[in-house]
Design a protein around this ligand. Structure first.
Ligand SMILES: NC(=O)c1ccc[n+]([C@@H]2O[C@H](COP(=O)([O-])OP(=O)(O)OC[C@H]3O[C@@H](n4cnc5c(N)ncnc54)[C@H](O)[C@@H]3O)[C@@H](O)[C@H]2O)c1
Ligand SMILES: O=C(O)C(=O)C[C@]1(C(=O)O)C=C[C@@H](O)C=C1
Length: 373
């Protein structure tokens, strides 16, 4: 840990050059700037880099401008990532270069084929992947705290120098992430199930809604919203991710196809012997898988207690509610907002650790809030 020029204790000294200032690049810039680290920004889209600078993610590096970065972070779309990494390794011979693309095997394979790079160049490169993002793209959606307590995978190759791996780790730690390490193959195998299958399932489900009549859609509750949030993701990004990891994803889709066939057969004859047992088994297999998803901060799965507070649909009500909860010293684990169509009240669903639920219900009730239990 060093105290940087702006008096913050950080692992990285900086400057950090971010190439690609969309959602991820600008979020990294914002997070590093909040810790006092100097950040330089560059993006072929003049508006993307201008917005990133305007929101405080760093300072635009003028074309041909001089820079001596400690670290270059490549945050461009996956299909140009290897090319951008290659140019950066040659342009900044003293810098460590990392990329954050969602797929790792294809990027490394392209770099190995690149005749302009030596093994010494590749010693300064580490492939990485923060498992944090949003269904939106571009710097306007950036958040400096995006990586806090989220996994960040390092996938060094056998050529990566220990000093380069250390710098990559420091980037993730300075942004508050939880660092793990695996090979590019293990990574792509893992994200096929953990990230790419959920995206495809969400998109497939949401595509069913295209022609749904408005009266049916007006019944949409939290269940539908939970499973379709990521269906709003950027198609051009996902075309690249899914294309680059297709064989690993297809294996899981075969499994889903088998399960769907089984479910369809069962539901076509719902009164048949064993049909209900089959349905119960399917639901409990889902329960078992869901229960294995780790909780916040990488800890064991934890279930939180929920309560719902009714708030008047007036400006400032939710801010007042959150301030009062903070004053009682209770930590919110999650928050959801909902509106009933045509009503002038909002419903704020709050989750807390189970031991704090009753204290919060009592506190809010005595402070005039309407709590639904
Ligand atoms: N979106 C997510 O949730 C998420 C999460 C983790 C990792 N990633 C990875 O992060 C990277 C960026 O994704 P994003 O969501 O920020 O996308 P984005 O579309 O918001 O931003 C990408 C930016 O890269 C710029 N760009 C295009 N070509 C470039 C080039 N040759 N050199 C430099 N910049 C270039 C674009 O102009 C754009 O501003 C991708 O590789 C993606 O796989 C995304
Ligand atoms: O939560 C989201 O919106 C995401 O985009 C997250 C998510 C993921 O699957 O976890 C999506 C793709 C990225 O490569 C990394 C993170």
């Amino acid at each position: 840990m060093t105290t940087n020029a702006n008096n913050h204790d950080t692992h990285l000294a900086g400057p950090v050059l971010v190439l690609g200032t969309g959602l991820l690049g600008a979020s990294i810039g914002l997070g590093l700037r909040a810790r006092g680290i100097e950040v330089l920004l560059s993006d072929p889209s003049p508006s993307a880099q201008a917005v990133a600078q305007d929101i405080g993610a760093g300072r635009i590096l003028p074309p041909g401008g001089d820079a001596a970065p400690q670290l270059v972070v490549v945050a461009s779309p996956p299909d140009v990532t290897a090319r951008v990494v290659s140019t950066a390794l040659r342009q900044y011979p003293d810098a460590v270069v990392v990329d954050i693309a969602s797929v790792k095997v294809s990027v490394m394979a392209e770099l190995r084929r690149d005749a302009s790079l030596t093994d010494a160049d590749l010693a300064r490169y580490v492939g990485t992947h923060p498992m944090a993002g949003r269904e939106k793209s571009g710097p306007v959606a950036a958040r400096g705290e995006l990586f806090t307590s989220m996994p960040w995978v390092l996938c060094p190759s056998e050529l990566s120098a220990p000093a380069a791996v250390k710098t990559a780790r420091e980037l993730a730690i300075d942004l508050g992430a939880l660092v793990s390490r695996m090979s590019a193959e293990e990574h792509d195998e893992s994200v096929a199930l953990i990230s790419h299958l959920p995206q495809v399932m969400s998109s497939l489900l949401a595509s069913r809604l295209q022609d749904t009549p408005a009266h049916a859609l007006s019944l949409s509750g939290q269940g539908l919203r939970d499973v379709t949030r990521i269906a709003a993701s950027d198609p051009s990004l996902w075309v690249q991710i899914l294309g680059a990891n297709a064989p690993r994803l297809v294996k899981h889709l075969y499994g889903v196809r088998e399960d769907l066939n089984r479910l369809i057969n069962t539901l076509e004859h719902p009164e048949a012997d064993g049909a209900r047992l089959d349905l119960a088994q399917l639901m409990s297999e889902g329960n078992a898988g869901q229960a294995r998803i780790p909780g916040k901060h990488g800890g064991p799965p934890q279930s939180f207690a929920w309560l719902t507070v009714l708030v008047d649909d007036r400006p400032g009500q939710i801010a007042r509610l959150l301030t009062e909860i903070g004053e009682e010293g209770i930590n919110l684990e999650d928050l959801r907002l909902d509106h009933s169509a045509g009503q002038d009240v909002g419903m704020v669903e709050i989750s807390v650790v189970p031991g704090k639920r009753q204290q919060l219900v009592d506190y809010l009730s005595t402070h005039g809030w309407k709590v639904l239990q």
